[in-house]
Design a protein around this ligand. Structure first.
Ligand code: COA
Length: 167
């Protein structure tokens, strides 16, 4: 059964639900450059970032279960701080429910409202077709692909896309 999804600011109490979503993706090591043996504490530090970062969760409207997480923050400090960077993970059980799209739309809207001028993804694994397709459908383009920059556990050395969109 498909139910509706709500996107809201994450709180510290969301962490156990967030970790259930994050852990399989980080262990798989196919989409992010975190060490595959990252500890829960290290992951919490990396994702539950303080202001100026914003952390959002997508939750099931009925059960309140965390379905996905996103964060956005300045891609660089100081003179580069008007460009946002963002990261997303949706739980495997929620795949295909458009949770990723809902999170991305909320992040784009939030980042624009916060005054960012553009959004840049620094390291989109080129074999991550699902993500690349979603980002392209939301107006991002691949500016460049850094060759062999990602060591994929199954496919070996593959490229990392730098993707960008004006807000
Ligand atoms: C990438 C990710 C965030 C997408 O979230 P999702 O909730 O699964 O995606 P959605 O259901 O919103 O689908 C979004 C789009 O993906 C595309 N898509 C869905 N399933 C797909 C598949 N099996 N293959 C290719 N594209 C697919 C569709 O274009 C879909 O667009 P639509 O809304 O018009 O149907 C999610 O798969 C994820 O967390 N993956 C692991 C971590 C990751 O890769 N993060 C991003 C790193 S750049």
């Amino acid at each position: 059964m498909s139910t509706s999804t709500r996107v809201r600011e994450a709180t510290a109490d969301d962490w156990s639900g967030i970790w259930r979503v994050l852990e399989p993706a980080l262990r798989a090591g196919e989409t992010y450059t975190y060490p595959r043996d990252i500890t829960e504490d290290e992951a919490r530090t990396a994702w539950m970032l303080p202001v100026p970062a914003r952390v959002l969760v997508a939750v099931d409207d009925v059960t309140g279960e965390v379905l996905g997480i996103a964060k956005y923050l300045p891609n660089h400090p100081g003179a580069g701080a008007h460009v946002a960077n963002a990261s997303f993970v949706v739980g495997q059980e929620a795949a295909g429910r458009r949770v990723g799209r809902a999170l991305a739309e909320a992040v784009l809207e939030g980042a624009k409202a916060d005054g960012y001028r553009a959004m840049q993804f620094n390291a989109v694994v080129e074999t991550n077709e699902r993500a690349v397709r979603l980002w392209r459908s939301l107006g991002f383009e691949v500016l460049a692909t850094v060759p062999e920059a990602f060591d994929h556990p199954a496919r070996g050395l593959v490229g990392l896309h730098v993707m960008h969109r004006v807000l």
